[in-house]
Write a protein that binds this ligand. Structure first.
Ligand SMILES: Nc1ccn([C@@H]2O[C@H](COP(=O)(O)OP(=O)(O)OP(=O)(O)O)[C@@H](O)[C@H]2O)c(=O)n1
Ligand SMILES: C[C@](O)(CO)[C@H](O)COP(=O)(O)O
Length: 235
């Protein structure tokens, strides 16, 4: 990719569903903070030149120390985030600046995005302007009403669980964020803001190892994925 590509890694959340005193992105996985595992994945990719890490205001210095300790030389900006994930991504966009052509947004608590899938996403975004990783859902999904009964069963063949990274033409994502801020529209991912603008978003197949570490039962699963990636356990 010849044009300027910026990576935003958001890690300013509190991890309330994890329920630990320490925010989940700093919990240790094989002796290393989860956020460092995630950053190392992107640091190793030759297509990646510049990473913006968005953290809690109180964690900026800690993250600077990690960047030095673990040799994360591509982590060029470490900045404070906002109240919601969407606010944190917006701060990342401002830090990258308008000379950026392409941007990829990734959750700091998704340490296992496969480099081949990240590259596939980068290829697709150049054709489509917006591309996200995803996997087909494995369960039957129901829409449940406030009275606790099933309202409907969407056709599973069209349901995908959306992951990160999510890649966009920079100007498109900035426009989506600025309009959403003006109109008070909130989305749980960046694709949602771009969809809201009416722009198509391409879905790039990923794998089920690219989990978001969200609740306590994800931690032993994450340890297993790490060992599996190193060839220490079989399927
Ligand atoms: N204000 C926020 C909220 C979330 N995130 C980041 O967005 C990613 C995905 O969010 P999620 O898993 O929901 O993290 P938390 O918001 O920390 O978790 P919870 O919702 O359980 O509090 C995480 O890397 C998280 O740190 C962020 O940068 N800024
Ligand atoms: C961006 C995301 O990881 C895509 O699956 C997800 O939407 C984040 O949502 P959460 O509400 O912060 O878990």
């Amino acid at each position: 990719m010849a044009d300027k590509l910026g990576i935003i890694i958001v890690a300013a959340g509190r991890g309330s569903r994890m329920g630990t005193k320490e925010s989940k992105q700093y919990l240790l996985l094989d002796g290393k903070p989860i956020i460092v595992h995630t950053l190392e994945r992107f640091e190793k990719m030759s297509a990646v030149e510049e990473i913006v890490l968005v953290t809690g205001r109180e964690d900026v210095q800690r993250c600077r120390d990690y960047a030095n300790q673990y040799g994360l030389t591509k982590c060029k900006h470490i900045i404070p985030g906002g109240k919601e994930r969407q606010d944190s991504v917006y701060q990342g966009l401002l830090a990258l600046g308008r000379s950026t052509e392409w941007v990829m947004v990734h959750d700091g608590v998704r340490p296992f995005a496969h480099p081949d899938h990240v590259l596939a996403c980068l290829q697709r975004v150049q054709e489509m302007g917006a591309a996200v990783l995803a996997v087909p859902v494995k369960d039957t999904i129901k829409v449940v009403g406030s009275n606790g009964t099933i309202q409907s069963t969407p056709d599973r063949s069209s349901l995908w669980a959306i992951q990160t990274p999510q890649a966009f033409r920079f100007a498109l994502l900035l426009d989506a964020h600025e309009k959403a801020r003006q109109e008070g529209f909130m989305g749980t991912d960046d694709a949602m803001l771009v969809e809201w603008l009416g722009h198509p978003v391409d879905v790039v197949p990923s794998d089920y190892y690219n989990i978001k570490i969200t609740t306590p039962e994800d931690l032993p699963w994450a340890e297993w994925i790490l060992r599996h990636a190193r060839g220490e356990v079989s399927e």
